[in-house]
Design a protein around this ligand. Structure first.
Ligand code: SF4
Length: 342
């Protein structure tokens, strides 16, 4: 909360007041001082004039609760725009997908955010305020029967491990019992895999879920379509996974976007099976096969469903855990790889 502590200290307020306000905001999802009944009306007015709760303005929210997804366009203090998404993957369960950067330096060829280029890192507050915004949205919605969101995924705009310091600080606030108090296992980080940060993240947040965007089963194709992976090849990922799965014993998700004629051939499947089989304790790996989203700006088409099932069935036959993930929000450009402030 921008300047709140400083402002209250200057006003000579006691610590309990700071705690009371902080809890109202982060635990109860209140983003307006006027809704804090324990404050005098004069003090509410003074706070509203001097202290800002959210570090952005919400320009618009599109999508429908009935369709289980919504996307919000947010304007940051410096005028940059980011997006954040609310999804209901199962009835009664709401998950938010948050951004960690404005744009992204990774330039994955199938991703709209990548096409924007890198503009800047988000601050820790700009990251966790997205969660605060959705908590407040849910709290005030007559159509959603939950008090707050159930889980958080760092899978919006940007590569979270390339903004590690601020992502780490935001995770600390999201899991802090005096703030959001989310359980570690209710949070996931989705990354293409950044060699020197994967191990650090795993050590510092062993209970937070990890999803690695694999998408290609050969280095050649991976670098062609995900140029930033030149820094972290499949051998590096294998080395990391061997250590992580042995030590951590928790499931790691490998994301595989299925793109017609690009990464859905028999050779791709064989390479994928061989890669998974080469990793120790691979029973802890789970492959999410994701139909690529078609849109006018991206010249890739989704694989045919029969091909996606062919991949799934062959992975399963080889004792590799794999499911097909439904991509919500395609129509409003809010699915994975489609956040670009449209
Ligand atoms: S897929 Fe992820 S890492 Fe790649 S460009 Fe898009 S946001 Fe960045």
């Amino acid at each position: 909360m921008k300047n709140l502590n400083k402002f209250l200290e200057l006003k000579g307020e006691k610590k309990f007041r700071i705690k009371q306000i902080t809890e109202s905001v982060y635990k109860n999802g209140i983003i307006s001082f006027s809704d804090m009944s324990f404050l005098s009306s004069d003090f509410k007015k003074e706070l509203e004039k001097n202290v800002k709760i959210l570090d952005f303005i919400v320009l618009k929210v599109i999508g429908k609760i009935e369709d289980n997804f919504l996307k919000a366009l947010l304007k940051l203090d410096d005028g940059n725009l980011i997006e954040t998404v609310l999804i209901s993957p199962k009835p009664g369960i709401w998950s938010c997908c948050i951004s960690s950067q404005v744009g992204c330096p990774c330039n994955c060829t199938f991703c709209d955010t990548g096409k924007m280029g890198f503009i800047r890192n988000l601050t820790d507050k700009e990251i966790y305020d997205q969660v605060l915004f959705w908590n407040n949205f849910i709290k005030n919605s007559d159509l959603i029967n939950s008090k707050r969101i159930d889980s958080i995924v760092y899978m919006g705009m940007g590569e979270p491990l390339l903004n590690y310091k601020n992502v780490k600080d935001s995770l600390k606030i999201l899991t802090n019992e005096n703030y959001f108090n989310f359980g570690n296992r209710h949070i996931s980080i989705s990354t293409i895999g950044i060699k020197d940060k994967l191990a650090v993240f795993s050590k510092e947040f062993p209970q937070i879920n990890l999803a690695i965007s694999l998408h290609f089963s050969s280095n050649e194709k991976r670098v062609k379509y995900m140029p930033y992976t030149i820094n972290t090849n499949l051998k590096d990922l294998k080395k990391f996974l061997n250590k992580r799965l042995l030590k951590n014993k928790r499931k790691v998700f490998l994301e595989y976007i299925m793109i017609k004629d690009i990464n859905d051939t028999k050779e791709d499947l064989i390479n994928l099976i061989n890669f998974i089989k080469s990793i120790n304790n691979n029973y802890l790996l789970h492959i999410n096969l994701i139909p690529c989203n078609n849109n006018d700006d991206i010249n890739f088409l989704t694989s045919e469903m029969k091909n996606i099932f062919y991949f799934k069935n062959n992975l399963n036959k080889n004792n590799i855990s794999a499911t097909i993930r439904k991509s919500l929000g395609e129509e409003s450009y809010s699915a994975c790889g489609q956040l670009a402030n449209k």
